[in-house]
Design a protein around this ligand. Structure first.
Ligand code: PLP
Length: 360
């Protein structure tokens, strides 16, 4: 009998070596309380208005573009809508980075998809760890800037929750002038809208801002995100996007989420989540095995435990799924907890206390 041919030998080398993004869904678990993906804890209600599924959708549905532009305070030609912000992260690499020649720069600890997307396209990664306060190390960035075409900065940053100091972003933009795209990932900006850098688009032709409906808009399952930039950049991204990135139902619901009423509902969710965040953070600070609760401007908090493995495992067994951040740069002992309902916050606190009594 012939030995079966190993089909993986046909794959590109970088794909064979690639570790796919460890998404919360992929990691599994048998939970009843899901606090590992920064989702909103309950489902918003929508009905489908658009039923002519016999037709291809618009590539850039005009209602979605116009409403998002009005919401974000930019012109429609400065907006690209994509299959989640994740697709926009990838489109930037596709449009701007030559494999084997250009590099992508990012500053861990941060969102994992910058690395995964660069790896998928065989584009070099320039990894410049953040400083102890999680601000970008601008000097180190400057010294490692050769061939860098694209920089991702996440603000507020996932998983640390802090806003990146704007004056440092200005320094990075100055370094990148005429050389590289600076993409600011504002996936959580609705939780701190005053920190948005959208107004800077007027000054910087190489600035891109990434947004999503997955977090404050409570629509992670919809898969809808945005890139905001000056129109020459948007035109380039439109060259490499799929012909029909959004299905008709996605465009339909995204347009509804962006009505005045939809935006008002989003703001109410933000108020509720911020209230629960304070509640959970205060309760955690009183627990003896909590070393630090980091300040957050988002819908999650990063918490450093004296016994993070035990907390993670014990809550997992109690059906409460958190995100283990211990393998991220500089985050030993840290778990990330998404802010859920008030009841879910209470279950986290109770479960951590139960673990303690079980261990005494
Ligand atoms: C959740 C998240 C995204 C991805 O958003 P989608 O629109 O769901 O693809 C991008 N960046 C950061 C920092 C995120 O946390």
């Amino acid at each position: 009998m012939n030995t079966p041919f190993d089909i993986t030998l046909l794959a590109r080398k970088n794909v064979r070596q690639l570790t796919p993004y460890q998404s919360a869904r992929r990691l599994g678990g048998n939970g009843s309380v899901w606090l590992n993906a920064n989702e909103y804890p309950t489902a918003p209600d929508f009905t489908f208005n658009e039923k002519n599924l016999n037709r291809y959708p618009e590539c850039q549905p005009v209602n979605v573009i116009n409403r998002y532009a009005a919401y974000a305070g930019v012109q429609p030609e400065q907006v690209l809508v994509s299959r989640g912000a994740d697709e926009a992260i990838e489109l930037l690499i596709r449009a701007f980075c030559e494999p084997g020649k250009d590099a992508v720069l990012y500053c861990p600890p941060t969102y994992g998809m910058y690395s995964v997307s660069a790896e998928t396209f065989g584009v070099e990664q320039r990894v410049v760890p953040a400083l102890a306060d999680w601000e970008p190390d601008v000097k180190a960035i400057a010294s490692q800037f050769d061939n860098v075409k694209l920089i991702y900065l996440c603000s507020p940053n996932n998983p640390t929750g802090n806003i990146v100091e704007p004056s440092l972003i200005r320094e990075v933009l100055a370094l990148a002038k005429g050389k590289a795209i600076v993409a600011i990932d504002e996936a959580y900006i609705e939780f701190c809208p005053q920190a948005s850098l959208v107004a800077w688009l007027k000054e910087y032709p190489n600035l891109v801002i990434l947004r999503t409906l997955s977090k404050a808009f409570a629509l992670a399952g919809l898969r809808c995100g945005f890139a905001l930039a000056n129109s020459p950049v948007i035109e380039l991204l439109l060259k490499v996007i799929a012909p029909y990135p959004l299905s008709t139902p996605v465009a339909d619901i995204a347009a509804q989420a962006l009505t005045d009423q939809g935006i008002e509902a989003m703001k109410q969710r933000v108020t509720e989540i911020v209230r629960n965040r304070t509640y959970l953070a205060d309760a955690l600070k009183n627990l003896p095995n909590v070393e630090q609760v980091y300040c957050s401007e988002t819908n999650y908090i990063l918490v450093k435990f004296t016994d993070a493995d035990c907390v993670f495992r014990s809550l997992w067994e109690q059906g409460i799924i958190l995100r283990d951040q211990q393998r991220q740069y500089g985050l030993a002992g840290c778990l990330r907890i998404s802010i859920g309902t008030r009841q879910e916050c209470d279950s986290v606190i109770t479960a951590i206390k139960n673990r303690q009594t079980a261990n005494v």
